[in-house]
Design a protein around this ligand. Structure first.
Ligand code: TRP
Length: 366
């Protein structure tokens, strides 16, 4: 029993507010999965301990962003009645598991992780990489396996972490006993959702580049950002032919718009292909397309803003939700850890056979 359950675990580092790239890349899908009713358990984690692996000198930043991320989660429609929302550091079993998993992974294996490699470069760590940062894929394996997650909805930069987790699971189950479950990553089908560019056309949306649209932006901020968005630089006059591939406005439309948006906001067209054709032929101006994108995104973000407003009025309730979730998450992780320790034969005090055998060995009467 238990092993055939469908369980989700995923999470985010609390290093900033979440943006629309997070939304189409993972958050929206999490809410759909939650509401599909086809999962037995759902855990959504705010990965503060992981955030500290490269913010050791800035715990205040992590602390401030926990509530931001929690508000983003709740306002997107993650429902504490259906999903357990919790804070990583409040489940100390995860740290303990990580310590044992470290014995199952080599330094060279960690060095090959492309996401970690890339992050090391981005952070200019060079030779001064914190050990905790270097080993975070191992701690991520603990996050996933502690809950016996079968499904991990993530952005595609996280695929190497899932692969590393699967290797640890196989190795643990092979050496000790079949305790752990091999997870599978779930990434959005739609390519544009996987790589939403910044509003400046940069491939990545990032706080430091100042090119994000945040879920918590006001309608006016969102409108301004969309109207200033980078498009095809060669599409100068309306009659010029334009390029849709790699054009951020069209990548965003691919990620956000649905056919019903046309009837509502732009009845001259029936679907996005018609708009793309017209833009490619020439004769369709950027402003018109951006205005439509603005309508579509405002429609998607409006219910998120409304929920956010309600939760912002009750911040103690948000902390209560996280606290309750963390207690629940710890209970589950403790069960898995106990099974792991039994498999590893480090459950000395629960092992009556061990105690009896040792007593006999030392010649005591039992
Ligand atoms: N690494 C993820 C991020 O960058 C956060 C995270 C930590 C996570 N542990 C996880 C994601 C386990 C999925 C599963 O945001």
């Amino acid at each position: 029993m238990g092993e055939s359950k469908k369980i989700i675990l995923t999470g985010d580092r609390p290093t900033g507010k979440l943006h629309v790239g997070h939304y189409v890349g993972s958050l929206r899908q999490r809410v759909e999965l939650q509401n599909s009713g086809s999962f037995d358990e759902i855990y959504i984690m705010i990965a503060d301990a992981q955030a500290l692996t490269d913010n050791a000198d800035n715990p205040e930043k992590v602390r401030q962003n926990i509530i931001e991320v929690a508000l983003d989660y709740l306002s997107c429609g993650l429902d504490p009645a259906k999903s357990t929302l919790f804070i990583q550091s409040q489940v100390p079993e995860l740290t303990e598991m990580s310590f044992y998993y470290m014995n199952l992974v080599t330094v060279s294996r960690l060095q090959r992780n492309p996401t970690v490699k890339n992050e090391i470069k981005l952070r200019n760590f060079e030779t001064s990489i914190p050990v905790g940062f270097f080993t975070y894929p191992i701690s991520q394996a603990a996050d996933i396996t502690a809950f016996k997650a079968t499904t991990v909805p993530v952005g595609d930069d996280q695929l190497p972490m899932i692969e590393q987790t699967r290797e640890i699971v196989r190795s643990f189950n092979h050496i000790y006993d079949e305790v752990l479950v091999e997870p599978e990553a779930l990434i959005p089908q739609n390519e544009s959702c996987r790589r939403l560019p910044g509003i400046d056309g940069n491939a990545k949306m990032s706080k430091s580049l100042g090119n994000c649209i945040y879920l918590s932006d006001t309608p006016e901020d969102v409108r301004k950002k969309i109207m200033s968005m980078y498009t095809d630089p060669n599409h100068i006059r309306v009659q010029d032919p334009g390029r849709v591939e790699g054009n951020p406005v069209f990548v965003y439309l691919d990620a956000f718009c649905r056919d019903e948006h046309f009837a509502k906001f732009w009845p001259e067209y029936h679907n996005l292909d018609e708009v793309k054709d017209h833009y490619t032929r020439g004769g369709l101006g950027d402003v018109k397309v951006k205005k439509f994108l603005n309508e579509v995104m405002q429609a998607e973000l409006e219910p998120i803003r409304e929920r956010r407003k309600a939760y912002e009025k009750n911040i103690p309730e948000v902390y209560r939700i996280l606290r309750e979730g963390s207690v629940k998450a710890e209970k589950k992780a403790a069960v898995t850890l106990a099974e792991m320790k039994a498999a590893m034969k480090i459950n000395y005090f629960d092992d009556q056979e061990l105690i009896a055998a040792q007593a006999q060995r030392f010649g005591e009467n039992v």
